[in-house]
Design a protein around this ligand. Structure first.
Ligand code: MN
Length: 480
């Protein structure tokens, strides 16, 4: 059918002759608009005004704005956004995006919700390929087309494309990313990894921090991969925007953490509650062995863009938290990611892990009290608060030799901190895969007896096969 533009030409001339509009047009409003009779597949208007409803997407000034035509013919696919109004379905034609003079608008119909408008904008980012420097805080899929939230959980398949992201609003404040107190390799490196990710693949600015002195393994890892040690964060305030990694426990964070604006939590520990957020946040906790594994998943295809130094610290996190796959927390997914990273980096996993563990095992710099706090978490067991301290080492004899000093430090800690009834101190022998626990008083003896089903006689007890606080020690704990 040959189009006849004569009538539209007359209409167009009239519209042009109108004075500039006196009314205000706002983004998110739906208006009747004289779109006209256009060329080829460009969307036409109908009726004597050659009109159809449009959504005002962006207003540049009083005279011009960008609109999306709306049709009552509902179509599926990425070029269409389906919406419902007064029980009727409509279709917003994303690919028909166009700039118009506000002279074409003649009657306001209604407003679109802000949430739906943001959703439409995100879809446009997708179809216009503006994606590269506009990525969400986390890269995981919310795809409705995929049908489920985590289509590739624990597999190595690529994530499906983001369909819409409501939360990538650029924030001028630099986001502070940090893990738990008594920082270990996973907590520290994950802060570095996620700050890199936010800086590289989102519109956000971020910086990694730590909440305490680094252990030797972590120092070794950062040094090995040319990373500077993150600054020590001593307080947070309501001015801070933060992302918390490798914990969701307020007891393992700074006292004022709930004052801060928590934007995201990425973790692999049980949910303990107590953190409060100012709004809905991104929170991802997965039952894998290290937070770095969760991050690898969240990055999706972007994981391929990690430079070697970031890939290196990521591998270190997995090897550290799994004790080179010895810990029962290890999943095949952790192992697959670690192996993939090691291949990419040309590293022999066992050789590299041994270097890490050797660094970790040199605890000569730590005071006895420092050893008790090196990797220590508080747990409620019955009506008692027990601190569970773990020293992972390939040289248990060097720690055992300091038993008297460590016991004295524990007694001092108990006298000082009324919130602690006792301290269970475990020396985990990484290579022999066993733990030695201190049982120097009757309370500790009874706890170890009840929890691990062993007859405890002396001041220490060897527990074969026990390497994981999270999977083996804490779940077993009970009072005698
Ligand atoms: Mn961890």
């Amino acid at each position: 059918m040959v189009k006849n533009f004569t009538e539209w030409s007359k209409c167009k001339t009239q519209i042009e002759r109108q004075a500039e509009v006196k009314f205000f047009v706002e983004e998110g409003e739906i208006w009747w608009c004289s779109l006209g009779k256009n060329i080829g597949s460009e969307q036409d208007g109908t009726g004597f005004r050659y009109s159809r409803p449009v959504l005002v997407l962006k207003k540049f000034n009083r005279k011009i704005c960008v609109v999306l035509p709306i049709s009552s013919q509902v179509k599926e696919g990425k070029f269409y956004h389906r919406t419902t109004y007064a029980g009727e379905d409509y279709c917003i034609l994303l690919s028909q995006i166009r700039l118009i003079s506000t002279k074409r608008l003649f009657r306001r119909l209604r407003n679109m919700s802000l949430q739906e408008l943001l959703l439409i904008k995100q879809k446009l980012i997708d179809i216009l390929d503006l994606h590269e420097n506009r990525k969400p805080l986390s890269g995981f899929s919310r795809s409705t087309e995929c049908g489920h939230l985590y289509p590739q959980l624990y597999s190595n398949k690529e994530l499906c494309q983001n369909q819409y992201i409501l939360y990538d609003v650029p924030i001028m404040t630099t986001i502070k990313v940090f893990g738990h107190i008594s920082p270990d390799t996973d907590a520290t490196s994950c802060a570095i990894i996620w700050a890199w990710y936010l800086n590289t693949h989102t519109t956000h600015k971020a910086e990694a921090y730590v909440l305490g002195e680094l252990n030797k393994e972590t120092k070794f890892v950062l040094n090995r991969w040319g990373q500077t040690e993150p600054s020590l964060l001593e307080a947070v305030s309501s001015d801070d925007k933060v992302v918390i990694v490798d914990t969701n426990n307020p007891q393992e964070l700074l006292a004022g953490v709930n004052e801060a604006d928590i934007l995201q939590i990425i973790d692999h520990h049980k949910l303990v509650g107590g953190l409060m957020t100012k709004g809905p946040i991104e929170m991802t906790i997965r039952p894998v062995a290290s937070t770095a594994t969760v991050m690898h998943d969240l990055m999706g295809a972007h994981a391929e863009t990690m430079p070697e130094d970031i890939a290196g610290v990521m591998l270190s996190c997995i090897l550290s938290d799994t004790l080179e796959f010895r810990s029962p927390t290890t999943t095949p997914h952790d192992k697959a990611i670690a192996e993939k990273l090691a291949t990419r980096l040309g590293l022999n996993i066992t050789e590299y892990a041994n270097e890490m563990f050797k660094a970790k095992s040199d605890v000569s710099d730590f005071t006895d009290s420092g050893l008790v706090h090196l990797d220590s978490k508080k747990f409620e067991v019955g009506d008692k608060n027990i601190r569970v301290s773990v020293v992972e080492t390939t040289d248990p004899a060097s720690v055992l030799a300091r038993k008297d000093g460590i016991v004295a430090a524990i007694e001092e800690e108990k006298a000082k901190d009324a919130g602690i009834d006792d301290v269970l101190f475990f020396i985990v022998d990484i290579l022999r895969e066993e733990a030695t626990v201190f049982t120097h008083n009757d309370f500790l003896k009874s706890v170890v007896r009840a929890s691990f089903g062993v007859a405890v006689e002396g001041d220490t007890e060897v527990l074969p096969g026990i390497v994981s606080r999270k999977k083996q020690i804490v779940p077993a704990l009970k009072l005698g």
